[in-house]
Design a protein around this ligand. Structure first.
Ligand SMILES: Nc1nc2c(ncn2[C@@H]2O[C@H](COP(=O)(O)OP(=O)(O)OP(=O)(O)O)[C@@H](O)[C@H]2O)c(=O)[nH]1
Length: 369
């Protein structure tokens, strides 16, 4: 029976791995589809509506009492908690003793919550060892050890999660495919930095679509920061060049640069980003540099694949994971952290101005488990 279960388990893992490989092959195609949809204007209307929603929220923001940070995070992660923790709780309650089958079920819940196959295996292996060493007998107590194991996994990346913007001047290059929330994130970051007393300038380096430039201009207005923009189709590196000259002339603390999110193939992406990086190296060698990759949590494993592609073509120094509130796939943070070895610095847990938070592993684990 155990042997049969092992074969079944192996088969299941193979299936999941095969599925991920297929997804990897499809990642460029999917990105093309997203771009086509954007070109057709389907996303533009929605994005504009949402931007207006954000606008209202920003206006209300000062008058409203701020919900405390942890409550907001918990609210945002409600779907993940429901999808992952509620399942873990009821599963553990259904067991009278701790056995292999319990760990198998736990493994399945983590994998289906987008924690990733590799990361899940590691967590389960360590968990088994800890449970054995600590002579744990009650299945309910496994949760405490699981929680610690996830915290340890998230803390493996021993780096500063604060945005690298000191010493001033600083330049932040924001990369990521279209639709993941780059514009919104840039707008929110600009607003927060300005409120922190920083002089901020935005460079609209995503020249692929006129709507992207306009959207960013609206955000710059709302955030009350300046923006440097060229017309649609112009050279992104030229926009960044002008942005740098303007940041120097206006003595800005932080220059936030949007970049095009096209990812038709690795070579194109590499060429486009490398050109921008060369301009930054040459024109702004004194600036503190941050390369932020924005990925969308709702895309689950695809977010990890995108992060891997970007990591191959540029030195990402931090990740922003958006839309954690709209998904039960919050476990993707754990996989991102463990498989990419790049710190998740910010998480988006809603569309409001306060919904871009610094990522804190402790609060995250407390909010989901
Ligand atoms: N729920 C939720 N929605 C978000 C979050 N971040 C961004 N969004 C929404 O995601 C949509 C896409 O965001 P954009 O900022 O336009 O994405 P982008 O990557 O700049 O996309 P392009 O402009 O098409 O390149 C918008 O409707 C945003 O309001 C978040 O953390 N939570």
């Amino acid at each position: 029976m155990a042997k049969f279960f092992d074969i079944f388990k192996k088969k299941k893992k193979e299936d999941i791995e095969e599925e991920i490989n297929e997804q990897e092959e499809e990642v460029y195609e999917e990105i093309d589809v997203v771009e086509d949809e954007i070109a057709e204007g389907e996303e533009i209307g929605k994005a504009n509506e949402d931007v207006l929603k954000d606008d209202d929220l920003m206006e209300q923001e000062d008058s409203e009492e701020k919900v405390d940070f942890f409550t907001k995070l918990k609210q945002g992660l409600a779907k993940t908690r429901k999808g992952m923790t509620d399942k873990i709780d009821s599963m553990l309650k259904s067991y009278g003793k701790i056995d292999e089958e319990l760990f198998d079920e736990l493994e399945e819940i983590l994998i289906t919550s987008d924690v990733g196959v590799e990361t899940t295996m590691e967590i389960i292996d360590n968990l088994k060892t800890n449970v054995k060493e600590n002579k744990i007998k009650d299945p309910i107590d496994v949760k405490k050890y699981l929680k610690q194991e996830i915290k340890d996994t998230l803390n493996k990346v021993d780096v500063d999660r604060k945005l690298k913007i000191e010493p001033s001047p600083a330049i932040m290059l924001v990369v990521g495919v279209n639709g993941v929330g780059k514009t919104t994130t840039i707008g929110k970051m600009a607003c927060n930095l300005r409120k922190d007393g920083k002089k901020v300038l935005i460079a609209a380096g995503d020249t692929f679509r006129a709507a992207a430039i306009e959207q960013l201009e609206e955000w710059a207005n709302r955030a009350n920061v300046d923006i440097v923009a060229h017309s649609e189709g112009s050279d992104p590196a030229a926009v960044i060049y002008d942005g740098i000259q303007a940041a120097k002339a206006r003595k800005c603390d932080v220059l936030i640069c949007d970049t095009a999110g096209r990812l038709h193939n690795k070579k194109n992406l590499m060429n486009e980003l490398n050109k921008i990086f060369r301009v930054v190296e040459k024109e702004y060698p004194e600036a503190t540099k941050e390369v932020l990759l924005v990925v969308d949590a709702t895309t689950g494993q695809n977010a990890i694949l995108q992060a891997k592609v970007f990591k191959e073509v540029c030195d990402i120094t931090g990740i922003v994971l958006t839309k954690l509130d709209g998904t039960a796939k919050g476990g993707v943070v754990i996989a991102l952290q463990s498989e990419l070895n790049v710190p998740v610095k910010l998480v988006g847990v809603g569309e409001g101005i306060d919904d871009l938070q610094n990522f804190d592993p402790e609060s995250f684990v407390e909010a989901i488990i």
